[in-house]
Design a protein around this ligand. Structure first.
Ligand code: DAH
Length: 356
């Protein structure tokens, strides 16, 4: 091989060895083999070589070309492998790092209680219904045998709204879930078994009262319904909800305009410790009674054929008792520390308790 070719091969190999990346490698390739490359120029000059030397010169040029191409391929393979290594190293994941915590939503205790109520009454054949927060005073009071100027209207610290309802009566924020009794009886034929959980409103605000709170209403209308059904149903519910199979339950005569007779229901507890089910003290927990014949008549139901019972209770109250929550206000504050403690996992179903 002639000296000029050996020198070219040698310097190209040196340049290849020095090429630090694929771009530099390509520049070396172009300098040697490109359109204006050094070797290309020599190949073009082959025509000018005297005929007797041309064959040997041609073979030598080919040999150098192959040598340079082989060196190029080898260096390219090395650089590609190095580039891949660098890429993999840059993308490396440390599998031993603990995962970032994924924030998980939770179920507010009010909603959890509503889920539990719905499950327990659902197992007894009740379905859950909902109604509007804004009612005309006929649904909230009149139809429930609380006529204008009845003292029970003052008791309830009603929020009146401007304007009139479709029935020409004043609009109120419902003070109780009892209007759902009226809506259900007007909307469907008996037999009826419903519960109606939802928001209620009264102009009252302190540690134990909130202007917005929740109640659940219950209504059963059927033939031959007696006080015995009411007592059995509510006793079963309270024992299931609080998870105490022998929870003492007491029915105490009372007064509500929409029921006759009316009864308040107490459960046994220990006033000093707050423990439920023992201790010999009584705690009032809900209102109930046999649906007043006048309410049935207001809703177009013949009281000689159909009877029923109704009940209503505060959802915050039973939730506080069940979980030992002392203050009402945190229910509405959205404090995540409180929620982390009292809210429950969405993955835990609202199950029926044993001992029903
Ligand atoms: N609505 C009553 C209240 O807010 C609770 C109540 C008592 C509902 C007796 C009833 C019932 O359905 O029969 O205090």
């Amino acid at each position: 091989m002639t000296n000029d070719l050996e020198a070219l091969a040698h310097s190209t190999e040196a340049d290849l060895a020095a090429a630090a990346d694929l771009r530099a490698l390509d520049a070396v390739r172009v300098a040697a083999l490109g359109k204006n490359g050094a070797l290309t120029a020599l190949l073009k000059g082959l025509g000018a070589v005297p005929a007797e030397a041309r064959r040997e010169r041609g073979a030598a040029l080919n040999a150098v070309k192959q040598r340079i191409e082989a060196a190029l391929d080898a260096r390219r393979a090395t650089l590609e492998a190095a580039a891949l290594d660098a890429k993999l190293l840059a993308e490396k994941q440390d599998m031993s790092l603990p995962p970032r915590p994924i924030p998980q939503g939770s179920i507010h205790p009010i909603n959890r209680t509503i889920e539990e109520l719905t499950a327990i009454f659902g197992a007894m054949g009740f379905s859950a219904v909902e109604g509007p927060d804004i009612e005309s005073d006929w649904y909230n009071f009149g139809a429930l045998n609380i006529p204008d100027h009845h003292p029970a209207r003052q008791d309830q610290d009603t929020f009146y709204l401007p304007g009139l309802g479709a029935d020409g009566r004043p609009l109120v924020l419902r003070t109780q879930t009892s209007p759902l009794q009226v809506r259900t009886m007007l909307g469907q034929e008996p037999p009826i078994r419903i519960i109606a959980p939802g928001r209620t409103y009264r102009a009252d605000h302190d540690a134990t009262h909130s202007p917005m709170f929740h109640q659940v209403e219950g209504l059963v209308i059927d033939r031959g319904i007696t006080l015995g059904h009411l007592k059995g149903c509510l006793t079963d519910f309270l024992r299931a909800f609080f998870g105490i199979s022998n929870l003492p339950v007491r029915f105490r005569s009372s007064y509500f305009p929409f029921t006759e007779p009316s009864m308040e229901v107490d459960i046994g507890w220990n006033r000093k410790t707050g423990e439920l089910g023992a201790g010999g003290d009584w705690l009032e927990i809900l209102g109930s009674g046999m649906v007043h014949p006048r309410v049935l008549a207001n809703c177009g139901i013949d009281a000689r054929e159909w009877q029923g019972f109704a009940f209503g209770m505060g959802i915050e109250r039973i939730t506080m008792l069940k979980h030992g929550i002392a203050d009402l206000r945190p229910f509405y504050e959205g404090d995540t520390r409180w929620l982390a403690h009292y809210a429950s996992s969405p993955l835990t179903p609202a199950s029926l308790h044993e001992g029903v």
